[in-house]
Design a protein around this ligand. Sequence first.
Ligand code: SAM
Length: 348
Amino acid sequence: MADIKELIDRLYETASLTPDELKAVLSTDEYDEYLHEKAREVAVRTFGKDIYLRGIIEFSNYCKNDCYYCGIRAGNTHCERYRMTVDDIIRCADSGYETGFRTFVLQSGEDLTYKTEDICRMVRTIKENHPDCAVTLSIGEKSREEYQAYFDAGCDRYLLRHETYNSEHYKMLHPNKMSWLNRIRCLHDLKDIGYQTGCGIMVGTPGQTLDHIVEDLVFMKEFDPHMIGIGPFLPAANTPFADCPRGDTELTLRLLSVIRLMLPKVLLPATTALGSAEANGREKGVLAGANVIMPNLSPVENRGKYQLYDGKICISDDAALCSRCITARLASIGYRAVTGRGDHPDYC
Ligand code: SAM
């Protein structure tokens, strides 16, 4: 096989490698600096030095699911639950708009209290109040009809990490009643309906191997999503994986760079999990090719309760402070925080 630097060059030039070659690139930290430099170059060519800010509103931490890794899983009786009303969510977006945000990511556990009409009213009202904004939903697995209804109400994007493309690995992370096939079905429906669609994985979940990550990459290349969420797995107290080791941030950064080279135009966040795993993690993500950051717009009193993992950052600063903080952090590495809609280049 060619040496790693040659593989990185080929990935840079052709946006493609074989599974074995991808594995070889992911296996070593020796060329990280070079890999990140190449990924950065591709990101800057596509997006300039602009980093899109999305305001995330974590509107409910009730969840019917019991994912073994997640701090808000149904079975976590230590999790203090909250649920915002539709009107509170709309008000939260209004105040985010005042702060300057033009994309809102509405995320929650799978909380069946909100009916399709509620989600549609939420989306429709935010879009009516602020026609220059994009709305992203991230509320889990739904039927095609529900996805269609949200889309018809004006929703622009949907984030649903596939978590792993290996169905056996999926079973290690989720109870039997959760279905890998259904999650993948959801992603295909979303893209087919016309959403800017996001998939993604955690790095370092229990049982994950490099071969699994390579399977994820092959899937991503083929599926060609508009957004990809990648963050390290971080253990959460009172979950079955509470004592498992956290994911490797170096591998997470390497993966961000490989994805940027494979899918030059993809919207790629430097995630909150990356920022929580390591001081300046989000800045490192940007320097590895990420082009999106999602500051928290949730009311401060709820922030600490949306504890997907321990040690989550930004749980006490209000939206305006978060926005100023991230703007300054980006400026310190030569990048500019921008609050426009920030669509995928093929959607503009
Ligand atoms: N319920 C929606 C769904 O299923 O897509 C959205 C909320 S879910 C909590 C959002 C994402 O958080 C998951 O897709 C998962 O990748 C990530 N997550 C959950 N627990 C985590 C952990 N312990 N460490 C890092 N990320 C985690």
